[in-house]
Design a protein around this ligand. Structure first.
Ligand code: ST9
Ligand code: ZN
Ligand code: ZN
Length: 338
């Protein structure tokens, strides 16, 4: 069957069985959904996004030649610190908490992730509503169908960036409105950050990454703007988008042969733990997004460290027996030795 269903158990002291929790069904594929009959609605382009996205990418590409002239410490700053913080936010907060409720966080960790959240600046309209999490829920629940905002059956380009350049299919909005986002609205840190979202994005996504190299090690202003800020942002966006495009097309399907998402460790930042996409769509509530713990999964190691420090808890994990049964029942056999 699609989606590994109910069998989960307590496997570590800081991990919990989700039981009948609502979070477990919210992101499970909905077999009952049928696309509407008749011709597909016409594609409606959003020219503002097309122009801005093209300019952003052209700018980043054109400025690649600045790399050899930059100080090594600036490149290290752009690559590791900013990128890692942005990525921590996307995978830890927006993905594993907001979208899948796969573990719980303490107040200090929530504040830290809220700061990293502004650094990632995804999406532009996040200030208004929990759009990221809603889009991601319908992506799991109605995967590869009209109600999936980045339906990969519409092609690589559409699932990568094209979906951000056109109006959404009406089913995405209709189905998304039925989702319960009360827990996000009840999170005071999220709400506080949302009130100052634009200001915090300007400060954390643009000013902070630019000012540090310029002020602290005398990097030129031009290099400071284009490398750790613009280029880093564009790379981060594309790394996230590859999970929607490449990881839905290339790789094997050890857990469920009947779904498109694949195990793709070549997706940049697969090392962060988001490349195990066949597993993730089969067991979306697993905090680790993989059965292999820390292997290629920096974020799981980081969440485990937070649990050890008492800053995170209640990690949801699928039992080895359930995973094995799922592989035997629906997998492509590529993990037989495992
Ligand atoms: C960006 C986001 O890129 C990327 C998300 C990627 C997700 C990846 C998932 C993979 C997970 C793994 C993580 C890997 C991490 C790797 C780390 C690497 C570092 N439900 O939006 P509108 C309502 S951001 C319910 O205008 P249009 C909405 O509330 C980049 N309702 O739709 C509104 O209602 P109202 C920057 C929904 O007109 C109404 O519908 N961002 C839903 O079709 C209209 O909403 C951008 O470039 C829903 N799901 O426009 C694009 N959706 O009127 C920003 C909508 O009552 N977005 N509604 O307020 C936009 O410009 C537009 O949304 C649009 C669609 C043009 C795309
Ligand atoms: Zn997916
Ligand atoms: Zn997900």
């Amino acid at each position: 069957t699609r989606n590994g269903g109910a069998g989960m158990e307590k496997t570590l002291s800081n991990q919990e069985d989700l039981g009948g929790d609502q979070g477990m069904t919210d992101d499970i594929f909905d077999e009952s959904y049928c696309e509407k009959d008749g011709p597909k609605p016409a594609r409606r382009y959003v020219w503002r996004n097309i122009v801005l996205m093209s300019l952003l990418h052209l700018r980043a590409l054109y400025r690649l030649w600045l790399i050899p002239a930059a100080k090594p410490v600036t490149l290290a700053w752009g690559k590791f610190l900013c990128f890692l913080l942005s990525a921590l936010r996307i995978t830890m907060k927006a993905h594993r908490i907001w979208s899948h409720r796969s573990y719980k966080t303490s107040l200090p960790l929530r504040i830290f992730l809220a700061i990293a959240n502004s650094m990632a600046f995804q999406p532009w309209r996040e200030a208004a509503r929990p759009q990221w999490a809603r889009d991601h829920h319908v992506h799991h629940k109605f995967s590869e169908m009209d109600a999936d905002p980045h339906n990969a059956t519409r092609g690589f380009f559409f699932s990568h960036v094209g979906w951000l350049l056109v109006r959404k299919h009406s089913d995405v909005i209709e189905k998304g409105r039925k989702l319960d986002m009360a827990d996000l609205k009840a999170d005071k840190v999220v709400m506080f950050q949302r009130r100052f979202y634009k200001l915090s994005v300007v400060a954390m996504c643009f000013l902070f990454p630019t000012l540090v190299p310029w002020c602290f090690w005398g990097e030129s202003l031009r290099n400071s703007i284009f490398l750790p800020t613009i280029l880093r942002y564009v790379l981060m966006l594309n790394a996230t988008w590859l999970v929607n495009s490449a990881a839905h097309m290339f790789g094997n399907q050890p857990y469920d042969l009947n779904i498109n998402p694949r195990e793709n460790r070549l997706v940049p930042f697969g090392a962060l733990g988001e490349g195990f996409h066949n597993y993730h769509h089969t067991f979306p509530y697993d905090y680790s997004t993989s059965e292999f713990g820390w292997h290629y999964n920096f974020i799981t190691a980081f969440i485990d460290l937070m649990c050890l420090l008492g800053l995170a808890s209640d990690c949801k994990k699928v039992s080895k027996e359930t995973i094995l049964a799922q592989k035997i029942c629906s997998g492509d056999g590529s993990h037989k030795s495992g």
